[in-house]
Design a protein around this ligand. Structure first.
Ligand code: PGA
Length: 255
């Protein structure tokens, strides 16, 4: 089973729609056809920049894929300030990040909410990038595996095994996000392996095809060591995705 590598840039609350046009164009200038063969390249701008990014990608026939950072699970209705799955799908969004630790910690998203969002994304024909990860206290207490395993199980509850095999799960230890502290490649590889075996427990053969990413202070200096791990299929990249040169270096990690 060969899994295509995937490297996604999570821009978080950065970049106006004008910035986004430049960032996508600059990134495309730095990538070769070969890069897209090796790695599926995804950018996740804020909602307000999706339309502009989509226009550049379609006009210039770029092979960069579009992702969103969040979504509501309702189809439509009286939910002031929210964005529905179909609104994203109509903007040619392929991926939607669900359950990012910043959403869980700052906006109170529970596993139950994450599960609803994940199902809504799947029903609209897009692919969720499900984020899971432990806090520093949980790691120090020796609970990293149980916490992450429980998040995976709860977030995927009620999803059929075949569908689970097509999803993307990002293991992002919370203590490594935006801190400059990366998990060692060995630890990251082990935890991504744990995510994969948890998928095996709940969805059998899906463990072979589900793609597992590592996220948390990924940069051009540490990506190659992470990608060398059998159970790591790519990265979810925050800070290092904002500069197109740096992000291109992450994507071209083998060069
Ligand atoms: P970081 O963010 O690369 O800036 O640590 C990763 C993420 O939050 O997805």
């Amino acid at each position: 089973m060969t899994r295509k590598n995937l490297i996604a840039g999570n821009w978080k609350m950065n970049a106006t729609h004008l910035d986004a046009i430049q960032m996508v164009q600059k990134l495309s200038y730095r990538l070769d056809p070969d890069d897209y063969e090796r790695v599926e390249v995804v950018v996740c701008p804020p909602f307000t920049a999706l339309r502009s990014a989509q226009t550049v990608i379609e006009t210039d026939h770029l092979r960069i894929r579009l992702g969103a950072q969040n979504v509501d699970w309702h189809e439509s209705g009286a939910f002031t300030g929210e964005v529905s799955p179909v609104m994203l799908q109509k903007l040619s969004v392929s991926y939607v990040i669900v359950g990012h630790s910043e959403r869980r910690q700052l906006f109170g998203e529970t596993d139950e909410v994450v599960n609803k969002k994940l199902k809504a994304v799947i029903e609209s024909g897009m692919t969720p990038i499900l984020c899971v990860g432990e806090t520093e206290e949980q790691r120090d207490a020796g609970d990293a595996e149980s916490v992450v395993g429980a998040q995976v199980r709860a977030s995927l509850a009620g999803v059929d095994p075949e569908t689970i095999g097509r999803l993307v799960i990002a293991y992002e230890p919370i203590w490594a996000i935006g801190t400059g502290r990366t998990a060692s490649a060995d630890d990251a590889g082990d935890m991504c392996g744990h995510v994969r075996s948890t998928v095996g427990d709940i969805a059998g053969g899906a463990y072979e095809s589900v793609r597992v990413l590592y996220g948390g202070s990924v940069n051009p200096g540490n990506i190659a060591g992470l990608m060398a791990k059998r159970d790591i299929d790519g990265g979810l990249v925050g800070g290092a995705s904002l500069d197109p040169d740096t992000f291109a270096s992450v994507i071209r990690y083998w060069v």
